[in-house]
Ligand binder design. Sequence first.
Ligand code: BG6
Length: 223
Amino acid sequence: MQDFGDIKGWCFDLHGVITDSWIYHAMAWQETAEILGVTWTDDIQEQLKGRDRMDSLEYILQVGGIQDQYTLSEKQAIAARKNKRYLKYLQKMNPSDVLPGINELLADLQADGYQMIIASASQNAPLEIEKLGLTKYFTKVVDVTQLAHNKPAPDVFLKAAEMLELDVSECVGIDDGLVGVQSINAANMVSIGVGDQQILHEADIVFPSTTDLTIANVRQAFK
Ligand code: BG6
């Protein structure tokens, strides 16, 4: 792993790292799965973390063994309805939905002159950053609609480094999902997982919660 002193950019996943609105995705997907006749499980919920909209739907259909029963336009319509449900939950989002410790971390990063960017699989990321009151930290958000592949492919983190005008070796990526950690690793960035060490075992560094995510702790973990 490189030296912490080389790091200039921090590339953040959104759901589960900056805000817990990920649970709204899970709720909207659960409703969708039940309408499709697919039994919802904790494993499906975990597996959906970080997957983009269509990939999440494909995963649910596959678990139900019904992936061949829908045309592409039917799948797009199902995904659009799920997003409508999600946006309904999102109406209530406000700055109090920022996860513990994150406001402090972002203020410290800005004060120390680090660059920050959102590298999320979500098309709703710019809207959420605005609702969370975090536009002062995140002037840059990767537009996933412009990428060939979403997580676990490296595209979103590669694009994040490019938008920060940094080399991947000068960035850290932070994600709470396994596919997100795999995406960071595939981009050859130092990966920081937030959550369960066993699930996120592929990450270079894992912190159990966002309150542990401080510059001092990351510096220490690099040693
Ligand atoms: C990811 C979430 O950040 O965004 C997934 O972890 C979600 O659960 C994905 O499906 C896509 O979000 P959106 O807002 O583009 O439907």
